[in-house]
Design a protein around this ligand. Structure first.
Ligand code: IYR
Length: 228
């Protein structure tokens, strides 16, 4: 039998009292409930190490067979951001002028989005997340990845939570189709664009739609133990 690449080691849990647990879950919910999708960014720069730490956090996400099937492309170069904006706006223009259904446009109208994406240039960083459909062995043959979309989706969730925790803002931008990102960022054939997250500080006095979130009753069903 081949030796496991991950020998088992003791797990050291985070020990908390019941009160500490309650306090933490409440605080974390309050923090996450303040998260809003923000589309207007300040010019204020963000240190490179901040982005590095955010990506390390995202990469702690669980993944199918621990393959970590993601690549985070970090774009800070203004000329590359400009090219991404131009290519995204070309696709988005077509989407908003015919590709999206009338119902879809009606659903989006209250959010105030349109084909123009200035945030692709104003945000100090664009994190373009790629999912790796498969990997390559050192000899160049293909090695499969598993639950790729689920794994990368979870990693993006961790990333968005970490961005919030850092006092920064983002939005989940999904220009469609996204294959221009593969070309512009020169990604290999095993990678597919998954999500684009501009990251930075919010613009001064930025406004967001007054959305309400579903109640716990609306989003959960409980199967409690019945008393005997
Ligand atoms: N990808 C487009 C359209 C869009 C779609 C949904 I669903 C949104 O919640 C927001 C936008 C865009 O980025 O504008």
């Amino acid at each position: 039998m081949t030796e496991s690449p991950f020998p088992f080691v003791p797990y050291h849990p985070v020990y908390l009292t019941e009160e500490e647990t309650l306090q933490r879950v409440r605080e974390f919910y309050q923090l996450m409930d303040k998260r809003r999708t923000v589309r207007d960014f300040a010019e204020k720069p963000v240190a490179k190490e901040v982005i590095e730490q955010l990506l390390l956090t995202a990469s702690t996400a669980p993944s199918g067979a621990h393959k970590q099937p993601w690549t985070f492309c970090v774009v800070a170069d203004p000329s590359l951001k400009k090219q991404i904006r131009a290519a995204a706006e070309k696709e988005e223009y077509d989407s908003y002028h015919g590709r999206m259904t009338p119902e879809w446009l009606e659903d989006l109208a209250p959010l105030g989005t349109d084909w123009q994406k200035p945030f692709l240039e104003t945000a100090p960083y664009l994190i373009v997340v790629f999912k790796k459909a498969y990997d390559f062995r050192p000899d160049g043959t293909k090695r499969n990845n598993y639950y790729v979309s689920e794994s990368v989706g979870i990693a993006c969730g961790f990333l968005i939570a970490a961005i919030q925790q850092a006092g920064l803002v983002t939005l989940t931008h999904t220009p469609s189709p996204m294959n221009f990102l593969t070309k512009l960022l020169k990604r290999p054939e095993n990678e597919r664009p998954f999500l684009l997250l501009p990251v930075g500080y919010p613009a001064d006095a930025v406004r967001v739609p007054d959305l309400k979130r579903k109640s716990l009753e609306e989003v959960s069903v409980w199967y409690d133990q019945k008393p005997c």
